[in-house]
Unconditional design. Structure first.
Length: 91
């Protein structure tokens, strides 16, 4: 819940600075014991000099929660906007 909340909050705050837009959240099982969480938008993206480095409280919280799931959040540099994904074991 915390990871989704932080990623959606970031998308709402930064993706569409000149107006509204869509934020998509998907959770699906990709294997018997692995799920994939994706949060994405088609907004302005993350500037290269602002790639998530873990300096903000939200990014630190996302990283800590992902580590508790023995996973990491990855950002897709090929996606228009931002796509953050997390793969973790079903427990």
């Amino acid at each position: 819940g915390v990871i989704v909340t932080e990623l959606v909050t970031n998308a709402c705050k930064y993706a569409y600075p000149t107006g509204g837009g869509e934020v998509r959240v998907a959770l699906r099982r990709i294997d018997d014991d692995v799920f994939l969480l994706a949060v994405e938008d088609d907004g302005c993206g993350i500037p290269e000099d602002a790639v998530p480095r873990g300096t903000g409280l939200g990014t630190k919280l996302i990283r800590a929660m992902a580590q508790s799931l023995q996973s990491i959040v990855e950002y897709d540099p090929t996606h228009t906007g931002v796509r953050a994904t997390l793969r973790a074991a079903v427990r």
